[in-house]
Design a protein around this ligand. Structure first.
Ligand code: 13P
Length: 251
């Protein structure tokens, strides 16, 4: 079965509105492969403008980088799933390692976010990945496996089908050091196997698993060519339209 190919950018806390509109305009106006979905993970304040800008553009969608795990209420400064839905945002990055680390997000909170998103027919891009010491100790597969099972395995099969997973080894994020294609493939296959054990092969074969961590134009092709790697979640290299376009064309 052929899975959806996805090139997702995560701009993190970078860019101002005009720059964000510029990158998006360039991507919208450039030729892109019709079988690759491009998603731009943008800061909250830009979302409405970017959603409007891409409304009639094929294969180009906008993601939020986070959402709150409660429906609404006295959470000053936070942004709810309903708010994002009301802007027309369809994708939300959930559980990025930076959120887990700097904002103490737990598996339970991530499970709540995933539930709220699915209830609104929005698609979570669920992030997982191990720190260097866990990799060095050889415990990376069980570490990532428990991140996935703790936050996702309460879902029904119908819900699980909607998830996109992004494997991002923390030691490869923003460091210039990429996981080797073999390391990425090994982990992606292990995640897919885990999902197969829980949900069966029909569902495990449907779920896109993206790799993130220092993806660049020079290494994207090799990583994306691995059988269980369905695309990338790209930080730094998504901040330049030309670099990101090259990555989009790497499948
Ligand atoms: P870099 O591509 O800058 O390493 O960031 C990866 C990432 O964290 C994407 O979510």
């Amino acid at each position: 079965m052929s899975r959806l190919k996805i090139a997702a950018g995560n701009w993190k806390m970078n860019k101002e509105l005009e720059e964000a509109l510029d990158i998006t305009r360039t991507l919208a106006n450039s030729s892109r492969p019709t079988d690759v979905l491009t998603i731009l993970g943008a800061p909250y304040p830009f979302l409405k403008s970017l959603v409007d800008q891409t409304l009639y553009v094929d294969h180009l969608d906008i993601a939020a980088q986070n959402c709150h795990h409660k429906v609404s209420g006295a959470y000053t400064g936070e942004v709810s799933v309903d708010m994002l839905d009301s802007l027309g945002v369809q994708y939300v990055i959930v559980g990025h390692s930076e959120r887990r680390e700097y904002f103490s997000e737990t598996d339970d909170m991530l499970a709540e976010k995933v539930n709220l998103l699915l209830a609104k027919q929005m698609i979570p891009i669920f992030c997982c990945g191990e720190p260097l010491e866990i990799r060095k100790a050889g415990n990376h597969e069980s570490h990532v496996g428990s991140q996935v099972s703790n936050a996702l395995f309460h879902l029904s099969p119908e819900q699980m089908k909607e998830i996109i997973i992004a494997y991002e080894p923390i030691w490869a994020i923003g460091t210039g050091e990429t996981a080797s294609p073999e390391q990425a493939q090994e982990m992606h296959a292990s995640i897919r196997d885990l999902i197969k054990d829980q949900y069966g092969s029909e569902i495990s074969e449907m779920i896109p698993i993206l790799y993130g961590g220092s993806v660049k134009p020079s290494n994207a092709k090799e990583i994306f060519s691995q059988p269980d790697v369905d695309g990338g979640l790209v930080g730094g290299a998504s901040l330049k339209a030309d670099d990101f376009l090259e990555i989009i064309h790497s499948f």
